[in-house]
Design a protein around this ligand. Structure first.
Ligand SMILES: Cc1cc2nc3c(=O)[nH]c(=O)nc-3n(C[C@H](O)[C@H](O)[C@H](O)COP(=O)(O)OP(=O)(O)OC[C@H]3O[C@@H](n4cnc5c(N)ncnc54)[C@H](O)[C@@H]3O)c2cc1C
Length: 394
């Protein structure tokens, strides 16, 4: 990666991860695609640092790099009831970040106006009408916009009342064929014994290869050894695997903030626009953001092209946001095991309705009918607590 010869750009994309590269990709395909653009990241982004999964009932932009797609998903309850959910017309997809980075970088390689810089961003400041981005490799100016995916999202990792999705995953290759690759395990709550929402998530991509992810939706992070011990115990209990029965190919660890974005909604009048996790693109009750980021950024580029500057970056769906807060308050209060909430939702509603609900695509009537299927007392108590706190999470 060479240092750019110029210091003045139309757009600067701060952070060339999932959101930053997606934006560069959609800009490159738009009428704005010939303007000078700089993408800055501290790393070369050529490692498999993440797995992105999502569901959709239509073709999506990066389907061709998906390692695997599933038409059905298992749900295992805490009390050992198992249900195979046929999610047709949805498909659950898995993309390995290294394949995606390669795909996007190669799509951008023939655009000389899009330059890349490996540097650590230190600050943003206004210089007249431009925005200046200071890095350890020098200063760069954007005349139109800076898109910021490097700022931290407000979530205190040490505060147990700030819910996070925290997980550690292993991709393993077993020494003999054992996995049934036709279906993935979206939730396996058989591992949950307390009130915290914890589950195993299993994605078999071949008869010998699978990703196992020990996951929490909770406030208390654990030492990495804790998740690793849970993975070992699960592999032994459910597959009879001792450590000699498989090779550990990769490990991934993540902490994703599960909090709604607060403050004034952003629009294209802003000169510095936060995108990705920094911009609140993560759905706060699921931790998913890959697909949403694609849709939001595609629309953002169309709005930029057509100069619809008033359009909000994220749709302001107030009732959905309030519902998310109620769910998060229920996770904080722990008056009921997290597993029981998902069990009620997935056992009493069709998987298609649930997937649309989690994507914020259900109508108000559907939302209300779904809320009738959750345990009443903890949700009512959480809604009242939220109301008493001025609709704010702790
Ligand atoms: C391990 C993991 C697995 C996930 N799995 C899923 C999933 O299955 N499905 C889903 O929908 N979501 C998933 N997510 C959530 C979310 O989709 C990802 O976190 C996604 O990468 C967020 O995109 P982003 O651009 O905001 O952040 P990133 O992709 O992390 O990009 C931010 C970039 O900014 C760079 N950067 C940071 N600070 C600086 C600095 N000071 N200077 C220069 N560069 C900097 C980083 O190097 C990084 O490349 C996962 C998250 C993690 C951590």
């Amino acid at each position: 990666m060479n240092k750019p010869l110029q210091s003045q750009f139309a757009f600067i994309i701060a952070g060339g991860g999932m959101a930053g590269l997606s934006l560069a990709y959609y800009l490159s395909k738009s009428q704005l695609g010939d303007l000078p653009i700089l993408v800055i990241d501290q790393f070369p982004k050529n490692k498999n640092d993440k797995t992105w999964c999502f569901w959709s009932d239509q073709e999506e932009e990066f389907d061709k790099v998906a390692e695997k797609k599933w038409d059905s998903l298992w749900f295992h309850s805490q009390t050992n009831q198992s249900k195979l959910l046929n999610i047709n017309p949805f498909q659950y997809r898995k993309i390995n970040s290294v394949d995606w980075y390669k795909e996007v970088h190669s799509a951008l390689a023939n655009k000389p106006n899009i330059q890349f810089l490996e540097a650590k961003i230190q600050s943003f400041s206004y210089r007249g009408l431009d925005v200046n981005v200071s890095t350890d490799q020098g200063d760069f100016c954007a005349s139109k916009k800076v898109f910021d995916s490097v700022s931290a999202f407000t979530c205190d990792f040490d505060n147990p009342k700030h819910i996070k999705q925290h997980f550690l995953g292993w991709t393993i290759e077993s020494h003999f064929p054992i996995f049934k690759k036709e279906s993935a395990d979206l939730f396996d709550f058989r591992v949950a014994f307390g009130l915290e929402c914890e589950f195993m998530y299993v994605l078999p991509t071949s008869s010998k290869k699978a990703l196992f992810e020990y996951t929490f939706f909770s406030g208390n992070l654990r030492e990495k050894t804790y998740y690793r011990d849970k993975l070992k115990a699960y592999l032994l209990a459910y597959y009879g695997f001792g450590e000699d029965d498989y090779d550990l190919l990769e490990e991934e660890y993540g902490v994703i903030p599960m909090r709604p974005m607060e403050g004034k909604p952003q629009n294209l009048h802003d000169k510095i626009i936060k995108i990705g996790t920094a911009g609140g693109f993560v759905k706060s009750t699921t931790g998913y953001s890959f697909l949403r980021t694609q849709h939001v950024l595609k629309e953002l580029v169309v709005n930029l092209e057509t100069k619809k500057h008033k359009a909000p970056i994220l749709k302001d769906l107030r009732f959905k946001k309030w519902l998310d807060k109620v769910f998060l308050q229920v996770f904080i209060d722990q008056k009921i095991a997290g597993s029981k909430i998902f069990e009620a939702l997935f056992f009493k509603n069709s998987p298609q309705k649930m997937l649309r609900f989690l994507e914020e695509k259900t109508s108000l009537r559907e939302d209300l009918s779904l809320m009738l299927t959750v345990p009443t007392y903890p949700f009512l108590a959480a809604a009242i607590k939220l109301f008493m706190n001025g609709n704010k999470l702790p």
